[in-house]
Design a protein around this ligand. Sequence first.
Ligand SMILES: *Cc1c(COP(=O)(O)O)cnc(C)c1O
Length: 448
Amino acid sequence: MSSILLDAAARANRYSETLPARRAAPTPEAVAALDRLTGPISPEGMPEARVIAELDEIGGPAAVANAGGRYFGFVIGGGLPVSVAANWLAGAWNQNTAMEVMSPVGVRLEWTALEWIRDLVGLGPEVRGAFVTGDTVANCTALLAARQSVLESVGHDVARQGMSGAPPITVIVGEEVHISVLRAIALLGLGRDRVVRVPVDDQGRMVASRLPDLNGPTIVCTQAGNVNSGAFDPVPDICRAAHAAGAWVHVDGAFGLWARASPRYRGLAEGVDSADSWALDCHKWLNVPYDSGAVFVRNWAALRAAVATGPAPYLAGGETVEPYELVPEMSRRARGIDAWAALRHLGRAGVVDLVDRCCSHAQRFAQRLREAGFRILNDVVLNQVLVSFGDEATTRRVIAEVQQEGTCWCGGTVWHGTAAMRISVSSWATTRADVDRSADVMIRLARN
Ligand SMILES: *Cc1c(COP(=O)(O)O)cnc(C)c1O
């Protein structure tokens, strides 16, 4: 057996064991020490064991401890141990999941994990999914299908004829659209500045009654889980108006779509399944290793047409759909195996518990901070909490001090013109004790 794999496993295990005692973000000294790993490539190379030792001893201390229980920055998952372990094993297999013949195990488990996810979040059996790097590319991929479909309906095959000379497409977004959707719109040649923005309410939800009149090829981009507040757009109302006009409705559900797995939180995303495409992340709330996102499309034939490749004799396939026919990539790692392992381990009950636990931790944060006299800016409906510690300067000071103190890590944001600290509870590893320890630090620093 190759001892380097065992060595790496032992080092990884030590890292995991020390996580509870680690700072949530590395010290500036640890980050500065990374200079020892950089510089010009060595002329003669280095023994394998030393490479791994250096990586562990110098790189490890500079890692952000988001695999631990007290990292609440952005919306970031923790990496379930069973999924990390499956990822290593599959890494050793080195599978390419472009086509089933290249990796029967990778492709079978990918389709299986996608069906499990589709069923957990309650999308119809006609919906087909695919793994991509994350929610940004999932949004892009869904919009490729949308663009193909809405132009097909006016007799233009954009995959073959291109955007030059194509009829214009109206793209509608909410005022608080995630920047990744705007990036997707730009990449697709739909023009970031051409979008029509619909006003939102106090929680950042698109106001369905303010949708413009819809006609011609139209794509409406909705959101399930506002990245600040966690709020959900009224997708069923938007779908009714949009579908009556033949428009395509996309849902950016990066983390919020997972609420549909839980009986307690499903109501927030009622009717989201009436849309046409959905993007979600597995590296966020499902807690699989980075990177992993999934796209789901009802009219997946439009997606297949959008990303179809010209004929290549060595790719000539059969009747079955291959993974590479539904995504922008050809060669790709076996992301499905990580997700399969997480879901195989958790089962339906485990996924529900993961969602419910994170949400109840968010409630606990809100309660502790409110009781301490600080203002919670959002309705805490899911796993996101926005807190103000007073005026703008005070809130900014507390965020900086929380980050520097190291017990936990939270980022800042601006919510409806007010500076806020954003707490996102998205990790399987977070315990009630982690929440209380972190809240204690926030409160102590804010009272200074
Ligand atoms: C995180 C997030 C994205 C971007 O996802 P990546 O996985 O980082 O590409 C898009 N939309 C929302 C709502 C998000 O939370």
